[in-house]
Design a protein around this ligand. Structure first.
Ligand SMILES: NC(=O)C1=CN([C@@H]2O[C@H](COP(=O)(O)OP(=O)(O)OC[C@H]3O[C@@H](n4cnc5c(N)ncnc54)[C@H](O)[C@@H]3O)[C@@H](O)[C@H]2O)C=CC1
Ligand SMILES: CC(C)CC(=O)C(=O)O
Ligand SMILES: [Mg+2]
Length: 369
């Protein structure tokens, strides 16, 4: 049997671990058909803190860099909320993104035909929606220095986070955006707040200059982030590719998730720069978090995680046909009426996390027959 490559599995906490179990089952299904991955598993987030006292050990970080392809669940939970910042589960995730230099975070928001009625917007506003949110992932206010909370002489506290961007950081993610747009509908919205933020001014100037120099064929529109949030719920189909910074991309992609019916539907790929052989480090993860409110109940929607795995097949291993088949299987089971609780509709067949996995595996069998 040909081994296609290696994947580091980091399931994490809460529903992260639950939805990753369904990815394991699809990997088993592929192996039975001759497409075998070598999967290594490790701890991240609260699960790593409980064992090692840190949310990501240096050894796990080194393994992620060495293997180069990570499948990630989710991290966090109330148990860890009062930890110092450096030990919070979320820091493990931020460290992976930063040290693997995964600057381009692709968050596609696609409405499956069967789910147009599950969106919180009117079906006609979201039917056929296909928006790519491209979030800068290794810069901006989640990483900028100085940061921290200090005591002032008068007894108050003062908190600082710093938004920093350089021309090259903006340019490299914008380039990914223009390249994506050329393969889609050829339109980029660049989103910032140049009206009130210096980073926004530099963002706008840099994206415009890159477009004029290297992508004159791509339509470019600049939009303020607050307006973009409003436009996403007013007329989402006006967008093709949205390129934006780390913070705005975090917010706007959760907003876009609801257009698709649920946060449990939104996948993501975080990509680094290609090396001389065209290989890039990458991490794939659902956009949602560890969902403590439903963790342990077996009811989480595994589709965001499975679609992230489809992105892994496509972007890291050039297995486009396998990715297409998995996405088709997901679309078909939604057409057949299978629904986890978050996307439940009248007359649907309510299923658990593993029940959705069962239906998708059965559909994969049918498509492969
Ligand atoms: N990438 C990551 O690991 C992320 C981690 N977090 C962490 O997760 C924890 C919880 O954060 P929240 O703000 O509650 O965000 P969340 O994304 O975990 O949950 C928000 C809401 O969406 C629902 N939801 C999310 N994914 C779902 C799924 N697959 N199926 C069904 N329902 C789903 C949850 O039940 C909850 O009501 C926090 O510790 C936070 O820091 C938050 C976002 C991303
Ligand atoms: C570090 C994460 C918890 C931030 C987040 O919400 C995300 O990446 O979507
Ligand atoms: Mg988020």
């Amino acid at each position: 049997m040909a081994q296609v490559g290696r994947i580091l599995f980091l399931p994490g906490d809460g529903i992260g671990a639950e939805v990753m179990t369904e990815v394991r089952r699809v990997i088993g299904w592929l192996a039975r058909r001759g497409i075998e991955f070598a999967v290594e598993e490790d701890l991240v987030g609260g699960a790593a803190y409980d064992v090692h006292g840190v949310p990501l050990t240096d050894a796990t970080m080194a393994k992620a860099n060495e293997i180069g392809t990570v499948m990630f669940g989710a991290v966090g939970g109330p148990k860890y909320d009062d930890l110092p910042f450096a030990l919070k589960p979320e820091r493990g995730l931020l460290r992976l993104r930063k040290e693997m230099d995964l600057f381009a975070n692709l968050r596609p928001a696609i409405v499956f035909p069967a789910l147009a009625g599950a969106s919180s917007l009117k079906p006609e506003l979201v039917e056929g929606l296909d928006v790519m949110i491209l979030r800068e992932l290794t810069g901006g206010v989640y990483f900028g220095e100085p940061r921290g909370i200090t005591e002032l002489a008068d007894g108050q506290k003062r908190a600082v986070d710093t938004q920093v961007y350089t021309t090259s950081e903006i340019e490299r993610v914008a380039r990914v955006g223009f390249e994506l747009a050329r393969k889609r509908r050829n339109k980029v919205h660049s989103v910032e707040k140049a009206n009130v933020m210096h980073t926004g001014v530099l963002w706008r100037q840099t994206v415009q200059a890159l477009r004029d120099r290297d992508y004159p064929d791509v339509e470019l529109e600049h939009m303020y982030a607050d307006n973009c949030a409003m436009q996403l719920v007013r007329r989402p189909k006006q967008f093709d590719v949205i390129v934006t910074d780390n913070l705005f991309g975090d917010l706007l992609s959760d907003c876009a998730a609801m257009l698709t019916g649920s946060l449990g539907m939104l996948p993501s790929a975080s990509l680094g720069a290609a090396d001389a052989n065209g290989r890039r480090k990458a991490m794939y993860e659902p956009v949602h978090g560890s969902a403590p409110d439903i963790a342990g109940q077996g009811i989480a929607n595994p589709i965001a995680c499975l679609m992230s795995f489809a992105m892994l097949l496509r972007y890291s291993f050039d297995l486009g046909a396998e990715a297409d088949r998995l996405e088709k299987a997901i679309s078909n089971v939604l057409d057949q009426g299978y629904r986890t609780a978050d996307i439940a509709q009248d007359g649907c067949t309510r299923v658990s996390t593993s029940g959705m996995g069962d239906a998708i595996l059965k559909e994969l069998d049918r498509l492969a027959a």
